[in-house]
Design a protein around this ligand. Structure first.
Ligand SMILES: Nc1ncnc2c1ncn2[C@@H]1O[C@H](COP(=O)(O)OP(=O)(O)OP(=O)(O)O)[C@@H](O)[C@H]1O
Ligand SMILES: [Mg+2]
Length: 252
């Protein structure tokens, strides 16, 4: 079953079309990577797909539930209450991490499970500790975000997203703050999330990372999908001229 399905999504800012009819789907435990030049609309697509922002028109289905449908040329969304419920299946790790600066690492991770999911405090703490061990930050549990490096903050943001048991998790340029070794670890972490049945959507500018991490790659430009297919195929042997220019242009 597809965890996420998007059809004919459009979005404009100040009258300028940024997404021009995007359709895609992400299967359970699958990793989709979105690549494309700066300004292509990748972050906008992530924001709409993760329900941070409303699309203008189009359809969104999450775990078989219709979240938005196209009615009279406009996207009609579920009422707020049901939308909030649907959002619980979604994890988001964006570039600005948005950690709470006045909370310790541990508190950052357990806050939402306690306040939103009303989890038992001991249970939430145990789960958070396990997640911090998994991402290699158990020794930073009591540190504050300002005491962490960019890559460490990002890993806390990942633990925080995972603490909510998402069905799908969205990453915007997850390797930007990472050295090559941590980038390889990030790839491994994403593969293990997928193996545990979590769907992953990654926007990245790193072709080798997309190639080695994702099952499927979408290349977009000017708000449109130009090419999509199996990750290795799209990156190694792109079919479209525009994709070739983008992937190989910098190497020539
Ligand atoms: N909040 C906003 N208000 C107005 N215009 C916006 C807004 N957000 C994005 N845009 C415009 O939408 C277009 C797509 O932006 P978006 O951030 O989605 O691109 P991107 O593919 O993520 O680029 P990058 O690789 O540089 O992150 C750009 O032209 C941008 O200027
Ligand atoms: Mg972006």
């Amino acid at each position: 079953m597809n965890v996420l399905e998007i059809a004919n999504l459009t979005k404009s800012y100040k009258g300028k079309k940024v997404l021009c009819g995007i359709s895609l789907s992400v299967g359970e435990g699958k990793i989709l990577s979105i690549i494309g030049p700066s300004g292509a609309g990748k972050t906008t697509l992530l924001r709409c797909a993760s329900l941070l922002e409303e699309a203008e028109d189009g359809e969104i289905t999450l775990q078989g539930e219709t979240i938005a449908s196209s009615i009279g040329g406009k996207a009609a969304y579920l009422p707020d209450k049901e939308l909030s419920k649907a959002r619980r299946a979604i994890g988001i790790v964006f570039q600005s991490y948005n950690l709470f600066p006045h909370f310790s690492v541990l508190r950052n991770v357990i806050d939402a499970p306690l306040t939103v999911l009303k989890e038992d405090k001991r249970e939430a703490r145990e789960k958070a500790e396990e997640l911090l061990v998994m991402i290699g930050l158990e020794n930073k549990m009591n540190a504050y975000p300002c005491e962490l490096s960019g890559g460490q903050k990002q890993r806390v943001a990942i633990a925080r997203a995972l603490a909510m048991d998402p069905k799908i998790i969205f990453f915007d340029e997850p390797t930007g703050a990472l050295d090559p070794k941590l980038t390889a670890q990030m790839s491994g972490l994403m593969r293990s999330l997928a193996m545990n049945g979590i769907s992953v959507v990654i926007v990245t500018h790193e072709m080798p990372f997309a190639r080695d991490t994702a099952d499927e790659v979408i290349f977009m430009e000017n708000g449109r999908i130009i090419e999509k297919g199996e990750a290795r195929k799209v990156i190694d042997t792109p079919e479209q001229e525009k994709t070739r220019d983008f992937i190989w242009g910098s190497e020539r």
